[in-house]
Design a protein around this ligand. Sequence first.
Ligand SMILES: NC(=O)c1ccc[n+]([C@@H]2O[C@H](COP(=O)([O-])OP(=O)(O)OC[C@H]3O[C@@H](n4cnc5c(N)ncnc54)[C@H](OP(=O)(O)O)[C@@H]3O)[C@@H](O)[C@H]2O)c1
Length: 276
Amino acid sequence: MLADISATVALANGVEMPRLGLGTYKSAEGGDVERAVETALSLGYRSIDTASLYGNETGIGRAIAASGVARDDLFLASKVWNDEQGYESTLTAFRRSLARLGTDYLDLYLIHWPRPQTRESWRALEHLYSEGTVRAIGVCNHLVHHLDALLEVADVTPMVNQYEFHPWLQQPTLRTYCQSAGIVVEAWAPLMRGRAGEVPEIRAIAEAHHATPAQVALRWLLQLGAVVIPKSVHPERISENADVFGFELTPTEMRAIDGLDRGVRFGPDPDRGGER
Ligand SMILES: NC(=O)c1ccc[n+]([C@@H]2O[C@H](COP(=O)([O-])OP(=O)(O)OC[C@H]3O[C@@H](n4cnc5c(N)ncnc54)[C@H](OP(=O)(O)O)[C@@H]3O)[C@@H](O)[C@H]2O)c1
């Protein structure tokens, strides 16, 4: 059900994850990220996505503390960066993220990019999961062959795969794989990095619904079953991006957007080494 911003999806272990959260990549540490998180929480967002790479966990922690929202009502996700991968170094990175965020557990901890050490990093995530300091664990930017390799050695199947997913990059085979393995798909760059308005078909659908192109891009992903984490530091856009529960795309409109796949990436290709 996509009734409102409180909509959730149940992960494989039963943990409920909000269908829409706030992305924070490039939301600068300090005032920018703090204002963005405060605004989002006041509008009803309850999920925040960050990463040690983003360098903004301290500000996010401060904004959460100032908001008065109970920790239990939040879904907080962070990620282990490439140079932190490995067993012990992942455990250390996790504790550092906790300290910066001012919390004693995470709702979701993710491996940021597949790396040669991902097997060891995954063992560390499994350890954190078994000790209860993280409620769910997952990966990012894993293609089918990365998931195949991980599932061969994993005791716990990743509960989430967060990867680049928008009308210009749809990767239907990866999505089907995740769905059949019980892995929730979380879309990054769901707003096409702010470029949805450049696509005439999306603009036309937006006009028909008195919505914006950004809202149509998000709505399409939500109706496909993905979790979305649009990023903005602007209050009016943070509000606009959450206002996607009052209209529904028709099957014809959904198919029209399905037809826009161009295999275009805004971010690095996981098969070409991903992000360093
Ligand atoms: N796991 C990974 O490897 C990975 C990689 C990339 C991103 N992520 C996560 O996914 C989140 C979302 O992805 P993203 O930040 O790359 O891209 P995105 O959310 O698709 O786009 C963000 C860009 O769109 C602009 N924007 C926001 N709302 C808008 C609106 N309503 N209309 C027009 N433009 C708008 C933002 O500018 P303003 O801020 O100036 O409004 C920003 O430049 C990230 O923030 C991060 O949390 C994960």
